[in-house]
Write a protein that binds this ligand. Structure first.
Ligand code: C2E
Ligand code: CA
Ligand code: CA
Ligand code: CA
Length: 276
């Protein structure tokens, strides 16, 4: 029994060490990637439920690692947040998204994910202003997606940040709604233009008797009442489109309308879509 105990202990110790090592390697590689510019953005269409037309794109970062291939942002963004690289990466995303999107028709919006760490930095409004000026894109075409994580810090400074960003004229979206430490108080006090309904609520929602449909309906009703748009994420099949339209959801994003593509491909999609 004693031997087993030690075995178990060693197993966990080795695993933790391997985890830390992997993370350190990832961190080192990430530093190189930042200095060498090994990232690019892909853009996923956001479609209006009413017009069934593309009204915008969400920018999603991609890292092409020299040996590992494409590393998911779900894996490297948390590392970047921990080791202080998220500021540099986030600035690059913001500037790149604005300068690529400015070539699209001027009715088309671009959404950019903003980490809670960026949101906590008072320099963000100036950075956004600079990215807008440098690219020449109108402020109203840029939407910043933030998660409920921004509310975990001091609410006082987040309130000032919301004011400053609205002052710059950009749109604000609450990302992954319902998955974090959701509090309806956030919706009462923060000036969101849009709520993004997480894909975990969309999954299965179109199946008979699924409770997700009721939750989506409640979120849409709440958003409507507060004058906010809603985007359902992770929509994969026509049945889900039909349901979301019935529930009054204003926008749809997901593989059913398109996977994330490079900026040039988005330009082509828009040319066909808008006859430009
Ligand atoms: P997110 O902001 O919730 O982005 C949506 C994710 O869902 C994307 O994954 C997208 O490719 C994926 N997706 C879209 N449609 C479907 C669908 O129909 N089915 C399924 N199964 N998945 C779908 P991705 O690109 O791997 O990004 C993962 C997460 O990484 C993002 O989640 C976001 O939290 C983060 N992220 C991505 N780019 C950035 C960035 O530039 N900055 C920051 N701070 N975070 C980013
Ligand atoms: Ca997002
Ligand atoms: Ca999301
Ligand atoms: Ca998500």
């Amino acid at each position: 029994a004693k031997g087993d105990g030690r075995g178990v202990h060693r197993f966990f110790a080795d695993e933790m060490l391997a985890g830390a090592r992997t993370r350190k390697l990832l961190e080192d590689d990430l530093r190189v990637a930042v200095s060498e510019g090994a990232f690019h953005l892909c853009y996923q269409p956001v479609v209006s439920t009413d017009s069934v037309r593309i009204v915008g794109y969400e920018a999603l970062i991609r890292w092409n690692h020299p040996t590992r291939g494409l590393v998911s942002p779900a894996d490297f963004i948390p590392v970047a947040e921990e080791c202080g690289l998220i500021e540099a990466i986030g600035e690059w995303v913001l500037r790149t998204a604005c300068s690529e999107a400015v070539r699209w028709p001027d009715t088309i919006r671009v959404a950019v994910n903003v980490s809670p760490i960026q949101f906590a930095n008072p320099v963000l409004p100036a950075l956004v202003t600079s990215a807008l000026a440098q690219s020449g894109i109108a402020a109203g075409r840029l939407e910043l997606e933030i998660t409920e994580g921004v509310f975990l810090d001091e609410t006082r400074s987040s309130e000032q940040m919301f004011k400053a960003l609205k002052g710059v004229g950009v749109r604000l979206a609450l990302d992954d709604f319902g998955t974090g430490y959701s509090s309806l108080g956030y919706l009462r006090n923060a000036p969101f233009d849009k709520i993004k309904i997480d894909q975990s609520f969309v999954k299965g929602a179109a199946e008979p008797g699924n409770r997700n449909a009721a939750i989506i309906k409640a979120i849409v009703t709440l958003a409507d009442t507060l004058g906010m748009e809603t985007t359902a994420e992770g929509v994969e099949v026509q049945d889900e489109i039909d349901l979301l339209r019935d529930l009054g959801c204003s926008h749809i994003q997901g593989y059913v309308y398109g996977r994330p593509v490079r900026a040039e491909e988005a330009l082509r999609q828009l040319g066909v879509e808008n006859g430009a």
